[in-house]
Design a protein around this ligand. Structure first.
Ligand code: ARG
Length: 376
């Protein structure tokens, strides 16, 4: 598909859905601009609509009912590391909102034809825990932690050190920003009945802001566009803290509840998972931090599908991601089939896991991870 065709199809969608007039004039301008410059500049309204539509089209996401509530920060003119940092801080402050999380996306400059970007953000998420070689912390962050250390960062060495933002400039130099403690909201985990659970000293951060995906709108690619909604409990309780190659906490949880871990058939892992996930939901709720349980999320997804059908749009989806990692067959999503075709506007994994500046792999994914990091 040419850029003209991608622009045409996006603008047609935008003008039709929004009931706007003047499509022919806008298309004429866009074609001329592409002819003259090789690309075109979207209006702020087109950008915001495109970002919302990308969320609506995100096949892996069960939380799409809220696509229309996304706030978009247009930072297409930012070009220094300091400006990137201040935009990310503003994003986090806005979205955290004292715990009542507001879905948001910050969109940095688009890729320019034939030109490498001035800088890139290396983080997987705006807030994430470091992972050290001796096993402390989150092993999923091992590569980024090394990069941060090579750039002069020194973590405290706990299991929950928040990584700094890492911005790499075209000349290869790296700028670090360390979050202030009060900028990164975290939730200490406790259990609704078992007080000893707190002795595990587990916690998780409030805002899951993906920073290493690109968004494509009308043929224009924005390689840096951090975005987030709120967590679904299982992402933390059934994956981040439970996966053996992540925090691997199930045995510790089982011992708090005195479960017999000798026999798999005692289902101690399943029971530990339930208690851990109850603790996640309970703690976020008690702290007033937005988070949805997987049953409610599945019901919201059902409403989303119904609404889309009414609007005459076909819902696409990736079943392997939409089903929750706990009790999947207890939600309707498990029993449905979804078409995984990708529609534009869309999110995609950033093509440049190879650093465009040095040609080196900029963030090797954790080799010990056998599976994709299921976002659900
Ligand atoms: N699964 C990722 C994590 O646990 C976050 C992915 C995005 N999740 C979300 N609820 N928007 O950190």
């Amino acid at each position: 598909m040419t850029l003209e065709q991608a622009a045409q199809s996006f603008l047609h969608q935008y003008y039709t859905e929004q009931g706007k007039t003047g499509l022919a004039d806008r298309l004429n301008d866009v074609y001329q601009e592409i002819e003259a410059t090789g690309t075109y500049v979207q209006t702020a309204e087109e950008l915001a609509f495109g970002a919302k539509a990308a969320w609506r089209n995100a096949n892996k996401c069960i939380g799409r009912l809220f696509w229309d509530t996304l706030t978009v920060f247009d930072k297409r003119h930012v070009n220094t590391p300091d400006e990137v940092i201040s935009a990310c801080r503003k994003h986090l402050r806005y979205t955290t909102n004292g715990g009542k999380i507001r879905p948001a996306m910050t969109i940095f400059p688009p890729s320019q034809p034939g030109k490498p970007p001035e800088w890139q953000l290396l983080n997987h998420q705006l807030i994430r825990y470091a992972g050290y070689e001796d096993g402390r912390g989150d092993p999923a962050s091992a590569a980024l932690t090394k990069q941060a250390q090579a750039a002069g960062w020194k973590g405290k060495g706990t299991d929950f050190d928040i990584l700094p933002l890492l911005i790499q400039k075209r000349d290869g130099s790296i700028h670090l920003y360390e979050w202030e403690a009060e900028e990164a909201l975290e939730v200490p985990l406790r259990h609704p009945e078992e007080e000893a659970f707190s002795n595990l000293q587990l916690k998780w951060y409030a805002v899951p802001a993906i920073a290493d995906m690109e968004i494509e709108i009308g043929g224009i690619v924005y390689p840096c566009s951090p975005f987030n909604g709120w967590y679904m409990g299982t992402e933390i309780g059934a994956r981040n803290l439970a996966d053996t190659w992540r925090y691997n906490c199930l045995e510790a949880v089982a011992s708090v509840f005195g479960l017999d871990t000798a026999k798999p058939a005692s289902l101690w892992k399943d029971r530990a998972l339930v208690e851990l996930n109850r603790a996640v939901i309970y703690s976020f709720h008690e702290e007033g931090v937005s988070l949805v349980d997987h049953h409610t999320a599945a019901e919201q997804f059902r409403i989303f599908c119904d609404k889309e059908k009414k609007a005459g749009r076909a819902v696409t989806g990736d079943w392997t991601w939409l089903i929750p990692p706990m009790s999947p067959a207890a939600v309707h999503v498990f029993h449905e089939a979804y078409n995984d075709e990708e529609k534009s506007p869309r999110f995609a994994y950033r093509k440049a896991s190879i650093c465009p500046f040095t040609g080196q792999s900029s963030k090797e994914h954790d080799p010990s991870s056998p599976l994709p990091d299921h976002g659900n």
